[in-house]
Write a protein that binds this ligand. Structure first.
Ligand code: AMP
Ligand code: GLY
Length: 423
């Protein structure tokens, strides 16, 4: 079959790399893709905000299945429009994508269906939000309701921080996303991400991962889209996975279906493992980036077969097999990220790929025959190993063979799990 993959990040490179190995695939089109993806499929420049143009492209190229990588097109309803045109899609409807598009929507769903999460209130004006914060005390968490590119959350340790965060939201720091604010109880514990596919009624648990959001070693400095990740997350023991499925994911799927917007696609559950057990921090409705890269390194099964089964409502017919190894990825970013950075700097050399090591590209392009960095996050240097320590050692050996003067990375991806291994 001919398939179209939408997106251009490291996540999409990993998905494309994995799907290119499927016997079900004829041609993979990628819109827009990046310089690392040429050997996975055919790169096309399509305006994905123009749903009619995407549908016309699919009809012209006999594409029968579309996989949507990022959240923004899903929240904008691309899956609805493609399905209405008779094209199969991996990814939720706009109504179901509210699980990521509106934090208030998700919190209300949790309240209605008894899904464990921090106590909360929704506000549409600053004075009421501030009064609630004063009454609750700190630490407390202030969230812009809508999509804010990962920047709309403040974990406030002082009252001043909390009050300022409320002002920021209502004064437009996050645009429309901050017109409503969720104030949420602070959850104490260890974070983990858990991935699970749904076709609206059936569920297929995938795997866990842990990412590193802060830009600096030791988890310091500003938040980023993610500077590295590893899978599995040791804190997600079999018992914790079972509880997460039963207490969080299953009631979500049932609740979404009961409320008239069944969820078809991937749940990326951000969890806090507290003393009480798993609690939901947030849902994303797409694979994580860079979490997807480590998941794909571990997945033994045919990804395309799984995604297609989800799109066709027969997820009960497939299974997901995993390599019993750790995969770890180190993000190499342009110096200055997550602030401003120089564009089009030259990446002079990448190491030969060896078994169990893979470099996924994110913000790269070919210009005059040279590989250049075009984005903030640029390369995902990924390796597998029998332990987190071994995967980390192999990943950094590959990092050290990358010749890119304007690049930097964290040197401690996986540190928490490695400390556990040593203990
Ligand atoms: P989010 O964008 O919702 O993933 O939030 C970003 C980060 O803020 C999360 O990864 C957590 O580290 C932190 N966070 C969000 N909500 C809470 C909460 N209720 N308690 C503690 N930390 C939180
Ligand atoms: N790495 C976090 C995310 O994809 O949202």
């Amino acid at each position: 079959m001919n398939v179209l993959l939408i997106g251009s990040g490291g996540r999409e490179h990993a998905l494309a790399w994995k799907m290119a190995q499927s016997p079900l695939l004829s041609t993979l089109y990628i819109a827009p893709g990046n310089a690392g993806m040429h050997d996975c499929g055919t790169l096309v420049s399509l305006d994905v905000d123009n749903h009619d143009a995407v549908i016309a492209f699919c009809n012209e190229k006999a594409v029968t299945f579309v996989i949507v990588g990022p959240e923004a097109p899903l929240v904008a309803g691309i899956a609805d429009d493609l399905r209405a045109a008779g094209i199969k899609v991996f990814g939720p409807s706009a109504a179901a994508a509210q699980l990521e598009g509106s934090k208030g929507f998700t919190k209300d769903l949790c309240a209605k269906y008894n899904i464990p999460t921090g106590a909360y209130q929704r506000f549409n004006n600053a004075p009421k939000a501030k009064a609630y914060v004063r009454q609750q005390g700190v630490p407390i968490v202030i969230k812009a309701d809508g999509l804010a590119a990962g920047k709309g959350v403040t974990v406030a340790m002082t009252l001043d921080e909390a009050l300022n965060a409320i002002d920021d939201c209502f004064e437009g720091a996050y645009g429309e996303a901050g017109a409503e604010v969720v104030v949420e109880a602070y959850l104490d514990g260890e974070e983990a991400s858990f991935f699970c596919i749904s076709d609206g009624k059936n569920l297929l648990a995938l795997a866990s991962a842990q990412d590193h959001k802060r830009v600096g070693d030791g988890d310091t400095g500003p938040n980023t889209g993610g500077m590295g990740a590893y899978s599995p997350a040791p804190v997600m023991t079999e018992a914790m996975v079972t509880r997460t499925m039963k207490e969080i994911i299953e009631p979500t799927v049932a609740g979404m279906a009961a409320d008239g917007h069944p969820f078809s696609g991937v749940f990326f559950a951000g969890l806090m493992i507290t003393e009480k057990g798993p609690e939901l921090i947030e849902y994303n409705v797409r694979f994580g980036d860079p979490e997807c890269q480590v998941l794909m390194m571990r997945l033994k099964s045919d990804l395309l077969e799984i995604l297609l089964a989800a799109a066709e409502g027969r997820l009960n017919e497939v299974t997901a097999e995993w390599r019993d190894e750790t995969a770890l990825t180190v993000v190499m970013a342009s110096k200055g990220y997550p602030g401003s950075y120089e564009k089009n700097t030259v990446i002079a050399a990448l190491p030969e790929s060896v078994d169990g090591t893979k470099i996924f590209h994110a913000g790269t392009a070919l210009k005059d025959g040279q590989l250049v960095a075009t984005g903030g996050r640029v390369l995902n240097v990924t390796a597998t190993g029998a332990s987190v320590m071994e995967a980390q050692t192999r990943a950094y050996a590959a990092v050290d063979a990358v010749q890119w003067e304007n690049g930097f990375c964290r040197r401690d991806i996986g540190w928490r799990a490695i400390e556990r291994e040593k203990a």
